[in-house]
Design a protein around this ligand. Structure first.
Ligand code: CP
Length: 306
């Protein structure tokens, strides 16, 4: 039942066997989430701190719920209201928290690489809840789990990831996880949203959304990360929607089923029309449910539950 990894910094380099074990465990925890009493004693006596230096709705609540479902003691820390505003460093903050005997730290931070740096300061299990434009491994795990549930497999699936690839940690983690499991991945978006050299990860690059949708069994739509980019990468949101938005008209013209994912938060009317996000092909809210199960699995496997 042991993973080869000791921390979850990202999905880069995580072997297929570990991914398979995480999904198998997550599917068994999905059964717990359907019970009248949705709690197991698996992490009783363990203490987990959720450190969020960036805003979050889904990831923060999903981790907290997963920890509670596993009976762990949880502490929630947000940068605002902490002694960071008095000049305390991240290292001192984390070492002080660790001195209170934490078993695991879940961290979201705007700086790429910050989560890996954390494990130099403490001996606890470290889990990345999103580090800047780098990786968001549990988001990709829940995306892939949702695809596995829908299609029964990942190998050979054609997955298009559409939008602001350049600023997206979700895209990078999905690429690593999907490629390890044998999916064919296409990235689609304006050239200004495409990272240099990304082809070296074994993905196709497409600049035409209709071509990407024809290729895809499933599409993962990303929002434009306005908080991480300078101005001028796209002329206007209106033009972006016309060229890269998943509109009802575009979906109807496709004339084939398409599974639609979105990590959230959604910018309705930009990357996706409201009725498409809420329509029959969308599994967006199902992804959120799987998010709790996959985070339970990661916590269980890494924090040493019995
Ligand atoms: N998908 C995701 O990371 O959402 P939050 O920013 O709300 O956590």
């Amino acid at each position: 039942m042991n993973l080869s990894i000791k921390h979850l910094y990202g999905l880069e380099g995580v072997p297929k066997e570990d991914l398979t074990q995480i999904f198998d465990t997550a599917f068994s925890f999905r059964e717990v989430l359907e019970r009248p009493i949705k709690r197991v004693p698996t992490l009783q006596g363990k203490t987990i701190v959720n450190l969020f230096f960036e805003n979050s709705t889904r990831t923060r609540i999903s981790f907290e719920l997963a920890e509670k479902r596993l009976s762990a003691d949880t502490i929630n820390f947000s940068a605002s209201g902490s002694s960071l505003s008095k000049g305390e460093s991240l290292k001192d903050t984390i070492q002080n928290l660790y001195a209170m005997k934490m078993d695991a730290i879940v961290m979201r931070h705007p700086v790429p690489g910050s989560v890996k740096l954390l494990s130099q300061f403490v001996d606890a299990v470290v889990i990345n809840a999103g580090d800047g434009t780098h990786e968001h491994p549990t988001q990709a795990l829940l995306d892939i789990m949702s695809l596995k549930e829908k299609f029964g497999k990942i190998e050979g699936l054609n997955i298009a990831i559409v939008g602001d690839i350049r600023h997206s940690r979700v895209a990078l983690s999905n690429i690593f996880g999907l490629k390890t499991l044998g999916a064919n991945v296409a990235l689609c978006g304006p050239p200004t949203f495409m990272p240099c050299g990304v082809e070296s990860l074994g993905v196709k690059i497409m600049y035409d959304l209709d071509e990407a949708l024809q290729f895809a069994d499933a599409v993962n739509l990303l929002r434009i990360q306005r908080e991480r980019q300078g101005k001028g990468l796209i002329p206007s949101l209106r033009e972006y929607r016309n060229l890269y938005g998943l509109t009802r008209e575009r979906l109807e013209n496709l004339k084939k089923p398409l599974t639609i994912l979105h990590p959230g938060p959604i910018n309705r009317g930009v990357e996706i029309d409201s009725d498409v996000a809420d329509g029959d092909y969308s599994i967006i809210l199902h992804q959120v449910l799987n998010g709790v199960a996959v985070r339970m699995a990661v916590l269980f496997l890494l924090v040493g539950g019995k």
